[in-house]
Design a protein around this ligand. Sequence first.
Ligand SMILES: *Cc1c(COP(=O)(O)O)cnc(C)c1O
Length: 351
Amino acid sequence: VSAFATRRSYAELRPYRPDRRPCAVDLSDNTNLWGSPPAALAALREGAGGEARYPAAQADALREALAGYAGVRPEEVVTGCGSDDVLDSALRALAEPGARLAFPWPTFTMIPDFARMNGLKPVPVALRADGQPDAEALLRAAPDLVYLCSPNNPTGLEAEARTVERLLAESGAVLILDEAYAEFAGAGWLGSAPAHPRLLVVRTLSKAFGLAGVRVGYAAGSAALVAEVEKSRGPYKVSTPAETAARAALSPAGLAWVRARVEEARSERAFLGAEAARIPGVEPLSSRANFVLLRLTGGREAAEVAGALRERGVAVRPFAALPGLGEALRVTVGPRPLLESFLDALAEVLR
Ligand SMILES: *Cc1c(COP(=O)(O)O)cnc(C)c1O
């Protein structure tokens, strides 16, 4: 018996503790393996000052820069300490405790946890056999909120436009569209989010922008929707150094670096998929993100294969028994020598 009262929905929650032991070739977390924009690093080095005072309560200068990038107005943008924080704030702001959050499954593994953290009921809805979200079943789940990730983590597949349109048209629920990897797909709903009263598009600077350690995420939506999320977000979520680095990453020099790395990631993604497909027992999904999901079709367990890779200095993310997909490894795309090390190690482990 606990000596203090606890929240019942927290009984099933465990703190997220990924394996972060150093590894020579770490392809496990979908961060930018080319590094960070030099403009952001220079701004961090040169931008010191003001640490004794609070940052801007709602990061207004950053909001303005993000609005310019997204093609929306500043009051249609809300920022946070990573997009995890934005997702968490949105789930808290846009539904009452006990409400139903429906999402295709498998998807971002933090989502059921964020639902429980906010007293919401997670309602997973199996992806269709073709890997697309099942709009029909999501609507039938009578959700108060719908979460969709596109391109989806861990499958890498993009949701079809008609699926998003149908959910917006036929459900009264707010649609939270997580576009953490949209830069690698080259498309998305960011700029059009404010035109839809029930669409919140969430993005991050942790992936294509190479700033996962800086912790900046944001969302775009109608000014009315964004204002509600801002209430639960609270003030001072973006630190002064984070705002400095993020604004530099959004400068013309920063964006040029990001675009060049995205191009590189796309061509390395094609290399990784094509080479992995040549290894017996491996079936890559066709990805639109900066990672590729490799299905293990030869009867091997993902955790066991990932363990053997780790012994060879390579880290990837294993997934056990994914509905419709089975055992699989999610592998982050990076510079060619890292991918070659991974492919050699995988071929050896599966031999
Ligand atoms: C990595 C990732 C995030 C980003 O998290 P941050 O908190 O911004 O670092 C959000 N959604 C998905 C699906 C992700 O894979």
